[in-house]
Design a protein. Structure first.
Length: 614
């Protein structure tokens, strides 16, 4: 029997049990457990609730006759071809476990997708994660809270619509042109996929959607005061994608106080938020705080604000402060220091911009959330990723993502590259593979890396790779530690390649001189320990060499990103992978599900399930 294909006609008297042998015509004695309909109309109603079709008058459309006690003999008329007969006892034992189908007027004129395998052709987007402010939801098909394998309880669409609306989302019950996200359950109508070839609408299974909805961050109703007060200008200094992202951010702030922006290294995060700050500052009495975790980043942001003619103060140790300014750029360590408690109390920002926002899980940043809960916040990062795979949702309501790195390369906004992978059967690769110990953060233990890799053989091997694949080119080498970095630097100098070492403890004036010599080409190689993973802007880096293994996708993407700013002559950057990064993370321009990383464990294991009915 099939609720999809059969048309049921019921004859004879219903019974609450099968003790009467007259009801056991087909020789099966089946006891019923409660809920048995004791009238023909009651059984018809049960069939309809399960989504079956009925024919109360009989006739040629009937495909299955259900008989109870004392059915009329003409019900068994042999002239009814292709009609099956079944006792009510056996029929109900089959019908009762069948899931009920929610009634939907849209189904009346729609052809249902009855075979779950047909859903595969509609390309449900596994990387797509909805947003309550950016999506308009339409729900199609019967919804089950789990992957359906005979599970009888469904969730009414009305309840899901109500839940979306209670969180501030927008629903579309008519499946009109407003729809941007179709949520499909078991047997959705084919009409739900009418936009499948346009790219306008995303499709997501209810199994996965429900997992997201249970954790969805409600729209901040108070944030609506942003609307009408602040507007994005059309800024000719911005590239088209930057202008588009700025408009998305301004739209998002109408719904949420906390947004995170993902934008690859080298594509202009600082330029973008400098333009945003200028637009916000155009509204009088608007206070803005911009924070970063290193002095170099604070100074870089200050330089860009000067270019955008935005007056501001700077709060870092050792520098004179101008606290009368309504815009302040600060080191997060300095700003949140206990000695500056009075400053935090007196300067109450309307907006907070966080550079390299993947660091905001640190307690120093989280104090900003507790201190200024109603400040609009924007965290910008190339990599919304945590080594622990935990979510950023405790800090940010929504993620705005940029085009892919491949798009940026194809349009000339990032440099193309040549990626040189270390021989997986080589000694250095095997030495890295043999390291199993991890720190409490989930990354390699530095002391173990030094013991295994900071040896003469592997230091000289790194230099030999440069001489073979990037000789005479200018670039950055990432070391494990200060000791390892100085060893690499000495090894380069020993073969006549000018190299200098730099780290966070290098005095400011000395650091500036080293970077200036590198920019002028007097120094070919800067060996560093993490200092140039973030915020270093030197457009003519011709090669990147990684000698420090990591399990952190963020560290990997930040390091290779230093070499992907377009070079004046249009040449490709050479990436020397002596740290086994390709095996862990693939190529820099591979597509990455940043939204999943942003949501962390919430969706890390979620898949788009196709509902299969037994």
């Amino acid at each position: 029997m099939s609720l999809n294909r059969d048309v049921f006609h019921v004859v004879g008297r219903m019974s609450v049990s099968t003790e009467d042998e007259s009801d056991n015509i087909d020789g099966e004695g089946i006891a019923f457990i409660g809920g048995f309909p004791d009238t023909i109309n009651g059984l018809y109603s049960a069939i309809q609730k399960k989504g079956g079709r009925i024919n109360k008058k009989g006739g040629i459309s009937t495909t299955c006759i259900v008989f109870g006690q004392n059915p009329p003999l003409n019900a068994f008329n042999g002239t009814l071809e292709n009609v099956k007969f079944i006792s009510v006892a056996r029929f109900y034992s089959w019908l009762e476990p069948q899931p009920e189908i929610e009634r939907d007027d849209l189904y009346k004129d729609s052809s249902l997708i009855e075979d779950p395998s047909e859903l595969k052709k509609y390309d449900a987007d596994e990387d797509y994660i909805p947003t309550l402010y950016g999506s308009v939801f339409h729900i199609a098909g019967t919804l089950y809270p789990f992957d359906y394998h005979g599970y009888p309880d469904f969730v009414p669409r009305s309840e899901v619509y109500a839940e979306i609306e209670s969180l501030g989302g927008i629903v579309d019950k008519e499946n009109t042109d407003k729809t941007t996200c179709v949520v499909f359950g078991c047997k959705p109508p084919r009409d739900a996929f009418k936009y499948s070839t346009t790219g306008k609408v995303k499709y997501i299974s209810y199994t996965r959607f429900n997992k997201w909805l249970m954790e969805a961050c409600p729209v901040d109703k108070d944030a609506s005061i942003f609307r009408g007060k602040y507007k994005p200008s059309i800024d000719t200094k911005l590239r088209p994608y930057q202008q588009h992202l700025k408009e998305e951010i301004f739209e998002g702030w109408q719904f949420y106080y906390q947004l995170m922006l993902q934008l690859p290294t080298g594509t202009g995060k600082t330029v973008l938020f400098s333009s945003i700050i200028k637009d916000l500052a155009a509204v009088s009495n608007t206070k803005i705080l911009i924070v970063a975790h290193r002095k170099e980043l604070v100074e870089q942001i200050s330089t860009w604000l000067d270019r955008f003619q935005v007056e501001h103060g700077v709060i870092i140790s050792g520098r004179k402060r101008n606290l009368d300014n309504s815009i302040q750029v600060a080191s997060i360590q300095t700003y949140t220091n206990k000695a500056n408690q009075a400053l935090m109390d007196s300067f109450s920002p309307d907006f907070i911009i966080i550079d390299e926002a993947h660091h905001t899980v640190a307690q120093t940043y989280q104090s900003l959330w507790s201190k200024y809960p109603k400040a609009w916040k924007l965290g910008v990062t190339a990599t919304p990723y945590r080594l622990s795979h935990d979510s950023f949702r405790s800090l940010y309501s929504c993620l705005i993502t940029s085009p892919s790195m491949k798009d940026f390369i194809s349009h000339g906004y990032l440099s193309d590259y040549v990626y040189m992978v270390d021989n997986p059967n080589g000694d250095m690769s095997k030495a890295i593979d043999d390291i199993k110990q991890k720190s409490n953060t989930g990354d390699y233990v530095i002391s173990t890396l030094l013991k295994k890799l900071n040896v003469d053989k592997y230091v000289k091997y790194a230099v030999a790779c440069y001489l073979r694949y990037a000789k005479d080119k200018k670039g950055i080498v990432y070391a494990i530690s200060v000791e390892h970095g100085k060893n690499l630097c000495n090894a380069y100098e020993s073969v006549g390649v000018s190299a200098e070492f730099i780290d966070s403890n290098t005095p400011r004036k000395e650091r500036e001189d080293i970077v200036d010599r590198f920019r002028r080409g007097e120094t070919k190689i800067m060996v560093n320990c993490n200092i140039f993973s973030e915020g270093f802007d030197c457009p003519d880096i011709e090669f990147i060499q990684m000698t420090r293994p990591t399990y952190s996708l963020s560290m990997y993407m930040q390091q290779v990103g230093r070499g992907l700013r377009p070079m004046r002559d249009g040449s490709k950057c050479i990436i020397l992978d002596n740290a086994g990064m390709f095996k862990k993370f693939g190529l820099p321009s591979d597509s990455r599900p940043w939204a999943k990383h942003f949501y962390g464990e919430l969706l890390l294991s979620a898949k788009t399930f196709l509902i299969v009915q037994n």
